[in-house]
Design a protein around this ligand. Structure first.
Ligand SMILES: Nc1ncnc2c1ncn2[C@@H]1O[C@H](COP(=O)(O)OP(=O)(O)OP(=O)(O)O)[C@@H](O)[C@H]1O
Ligand SMILES: [Mg+2]
Length: 350
């Protein structure tokens, strides 16, 4: 085989957990080769920027060792409203080659940074209703943020073969695991520690994306403040463990109050999508990220948005060898959503 033979794994470097997923192509589908993660202390990555690269490299090395990762080739994901611009734009019909030539020029008016400072990519989505026009998904990522991540990964002894955007990793994860629901808008919401990645897909195509810098960490901080806890203990409490005499039941009210800001942000983003793009309803939210595991969060999100919410199942169609703990995979599945999407990427994909 000439194509697809190069093994690589998906590496989702979040501010709270680094996740690694490797998939093996098998009879038209995938088999799970590896899934593992390491926890990061707070403040190593802030606003998507790497603050302490030395400790991040250490954590990466630790993960490679712990997960017994054999391949060095890795696909990484980038996110963040300050570094990633994703726009659906309308252009006169032209070939991929022609657009390749002119994309930087076209991108200039949509990118609020110097065009020299960003790496630009695109995908032609198809013709528009108006004749002679076509829809294009434009992606611009700041070069310095790509370099920060690429350098850290290289320092850890790995070889970055592709850089993706978290929002698109989510839609890949979705495409692989779910049937397309014709004509419906499905909102993929990834609630991390410090970011929300939103990607609304319709007929398998991304129609709206938005990253916000708020996340489950604000719940952790609220618990820390209320009960005078260390960050680690507040996180344990948030997961349902009793700490320093504070029971999860006793902490739930504080958690619910802290959800409000996150719920408002997601609701606002969905409303923005609705009013600016299509004037169509969102049919369903598929929730992923560690924040999806917050007690009753999916229920609260459904109440607030009035939209049905389900937890992402990134391993749904992936065959799982016996050596994995199925129950654990099901429980932690939502955390792996972005990494699974990254793991599906092949270096020659667009
Ligand atoms: N079982 C759980 N119950 C409650 N909260 C959880 C649970 N597991 C993880 N979390 C929370 O989810 C967050 C981590 O999720 P995730 O790994 O998706 O974030 P991240 O990718 O590291 O962050 P970001 O992408 O925002 O930089 C943390 O705030 C953590 O406290
Ligand atoms: Mg994340």
């Amino acid at each position: 085989m000439f194509f697809g033979g190069r093994a690589s794994f998906g590496l989702d470097i979040g501010s709270s957990y680094i996740k690694a997923v490797q998939l093996k192509e098998k009879r038209g589908g995938y088999e799970l080769e590896l899934f593992d993660m390491v926890h990061l202390p707070p403040e190593l990555i802030v606003d998507g920027s790497i603050i302490d690269s030395i400790r991040l490299v250490e954590a990466l090395r630790q993960l490679v060792k712990k997960a017994r990762i054999k391949t060095k080739n890795v696909v990484i994901g980038i996110a963040g409203h300050a570094s990633v611009i994703i726009r659906r734009i309308s252009l006169p019909e032209m070939t991929e080659e022609e657009l390749e030539e002119s994309i930087r020029f076209e991108a200039e008016q949509y990118v609020p940074f110097d065009i020299e400072d960003v790496s630009v990519d695109f995908q032609i989505l198809g013709p528009k209703e108006e004749p002679g026009q076509m829809d294009v998904m434009l992606v611009a990522v700041k070069k310095d943020i790509i370099n920060e991540y690429v350098n850290v990964v290289k320092e850890a002894g790995l070889v970055p073969v592709a850089v993706d955007v978290n929002a698109f990793a989510l839609s890949n994860m979705h495409e692989m695991n779910y049937e397309i629901e014709a004509g419906r808008n499905i909102a993929l919401v990834n609630l991390g520690a410090r970011t929300i990645n939103l990607n609304v897909v319709k007929n398998g195509i991304s129609v709206f994306t938005r990253d916000s810098s708020i996340g489950a960490n604000s719940v952790t901080e609220a618990l820390q403040k209320e009960f005078h806890l260390t960050y680690d203990n507040a996180e344990k409490l948030q997961r349902g463990e009793e700490v320093e005499g504070v029971s999860p039941e006793g902490a739930f009210g504080v958690m619910l109050a802290a959800y409000e800001e996150i719920l408002t942000e997601i609701t606002r983003s969905l409303e923005y999508f609705q009013t600016t793009t299509v004037h169509e309803e969102t049919s369903r939210v598929i929730l992923s990220g560690g924040g999806a595991l917050l007690k009753d969060f999916p229920k609260e999100l459904a109440r607030k948005t009035g939209v049905e919410v389900s937890l992402a199942e990134p391993f749904r169609t992936i065959s799982i060898p016996k050596r994995f703990d199925r129950t654990l995979l099901e429980e932690t599945g939502p955390i792996a959503a972005v990494a699974v999407g990254l793991a599906m990427r092949r270096p020659d994909d667009r």
